[in-house]
Write a protein that binds this ligand. Structure first.
Ligand SMILES: CC(C)(COP(=O)(O)OP(=O)(O)OC[C@H]1O[C@@H](n2cnc3c(N)ncnc32)[C@H](O)[C@@H]1OP(=O)(O)O)[C@@H](O)C(=O)NCCC(=O)NCCS
Length: 173
């Protein structure tokens, strides 16, 4: 049995990452989002994790540093996404490994909060809770119930705030 290996992205992974997102999402939008973020100053390859199984890339999770604003103050949080696993390898815990690795990496880098847009039922099992309940909103034109957050450092979400995703994410909707 192969072991899942999660590691940061390297240059050679670019095409394989595209293939993961195109097959998992059934379209090119998320792969294009990753490509446009990669060309922006926002992109930090250390926050882009791939999951390998038997030496093949089968999953990818990207985190992007985004501002969260409240009453004239601003702090940086990490936005998780896109994240996906190739359909042929789903239900094997690869998505879970990627999310847990993202949480550990975010803690290691000293971030207080991770936000994620999408499938609240899935992210709940990793300690993500509805953003609305913590007065956290964002600029994506998506249902507010789909935004969840995980506080990594106690108090980092005190008072909530408005998360501003870069333009490339807004185009996805
Ligand atoms: C969602 C996704 C990342 C899960 O990856 P995975 O490797 O299969 O995840 P895991 O094996 O760790 O966990 C699987 C469990 O997640 C749950 N799950 C999967 N998708 C879910 C969803 N949309 N909502 C709620 N739970 C979900 C299932 O209950 C599954 O449990 P099971 O294996 O007992 O049936 C993968 O299915 C995927 O890439 N989907 C398409 C892209 C996508 O939706 N990405 C997330 C965007 S927010």
């Amino acid at each position: 049995m192969h072991v899942i290996n999660v590691r940061p992205e390297v240059t050679e992974d670019v095409r394989a990452i595209d293939v993961v997102h195109i097959s998992a999402f059934g379209g090119e939008a998320e792969a294009q989002l990753v490509s446009s973020l990669r060309e922006s100053t926002t992109y930090n390859r250390e926050l882009s994790l791939v999951a390998e199984l038997g030496g093949r890339i089968v999953g990818h999770a990207l985190m992007t540093r985004v501002p969260m604003r409240k009453d004239g103050t601003e702090k940086n949080v990490l936005a998780l996404g896109p994240m996906s696993v190739v359909p042929s390898q789903s239900h094997r815990g690869i998505g879970s490994e990627l999310i847990n690795a993202c949480v550990n990496l975010a803690k290691e880098k000293g971030y207080g909060t991770i936000v994620v847009m999408g499938h609240p039922e899935y992210y709940k099992r990793f300690g993500f809770v509805p953003a609305k309940g913590l007065q956290v909103s964002c600029n994506l034109p998506a249902p507010e119930d789909a935004l969840t957050v995980r506080e990594l450092v106690d108090g980092s979400l005190a008072g909530g705030g408005h998360v501003e995703y870069p333009e490339a994410f807004i185009k996805l909707y």
